[in-house]
Ligand binder design. Structure first.
Ligand code: HEC
Length: 217
């Protein structure tokens, strides 16, 4: 594709990106070009397939990745950035996000952007479990190939900026769900969690059968 020849891509070509501190290996630093340009793993299937619509299950070829539900939903996309994410990159992503995404997805990613409030189809919130757990390659893939009603942004947003936007979306997700990243650190706002009510409040209909399995009958 011609797009790969755009001059702006040179910013992230080998050797010109910011080098890590000597002697360190940044976690998840991937160098393969396919991952940079497509967000897909080497050996992944045809580009542009809507992977999330495929049933997750055995035989999807995802034996290499951890058995999270997100990994099963998006078996072909990478879950690491193709270069180390710096604060500068996140800032760049913020600017691009506000230009290209916020009018639909909302400034903090709840799917409540300005033109949605005026009647445009509402996108999903980035703060659902599914999208929080979706690998970074999924976001890159959506911007690159489009997703359902959402058009591709590959023509408007260069590769490096697409990754920067992904980095910013991750930052948004962390900011809206601080407990998701680390538990027990005293965050004041308790996120609503799917906990059954205390048994004493509902003696007639206990949600958990576990209390009953101790030897009745
Ligand atoms: C014109 C409005 C609009 C803009 C601008 C827009 N999106 Fe979307 N986006 C949507 C809609 C609508 C959907 C839901 C599409 C569907 O499910 O058919 C969506 C879905 C998504 C999804 C969810 C895919 C999934 O797994 O369900 C992601 C991620 C996403 N957009 C990222 C972005 C990013 C990043 C940008 C900026 C580069 C962006 N979008 C710009 C309207 C928009």
């Amino acid at each position: 594709m011609d797009m790969q020849d755009q001059p702006r891509l040179e910013a992230y070509e080998k050797g010109s990106i910011r080098q890590p501190v000597a002697g360190t290996v940044p976690r998840g630093y991937l160098r393969e070009d396919k991952q940079l340009y497509t967000g897909k793993k080497d050996g992944a299937g045809a580009a542009g397939k809507p992977l999330a619509n495929q049933p997750a299950g055995p035989g999807t070829g995802n034996a290499n990745i951890s058995a999270t539900s997100a990994g099963a939903l998006y078996p072909d996309v990478v879950d690491t950035f193709p270069f180390p994410v710096t604060e500068e990159i996140v800032r760049r992503g913020e600017g691009r996000y506000n230009i290209f995404c916020a009018m639909c997805h909302g400034p903090t990613g709840y799917g409540d952007g300005m033109i949605v409030r005026r009647g445009y189809r509402r996108p999903p919130s980035y703060h659902t479990d599914q999208l929080r757990q979706a690998p970074v390659g999924h976001y890159f893939d959506v911007m690159t190939n489009g997703w359902g009603a959402m058009p591709s942004y590959a023509a408007q947003i260069p590769v490096a900026d697409r990754w920067a936007i992904v980095a910013y979306i991750r930052a948004l997700q962390l900011s809206q769900n601080p407990q998701g990243s680390s538990s027990n650190n005293g965050a004041a706002t308790a996120a609503p969690q799917a906990q059954p009510p205390a048994p004493s409040q509902t003696p007639a209909a206990r949600p958990s059968p576990r209390a009953e399995t101790g030897g009745r009958r």
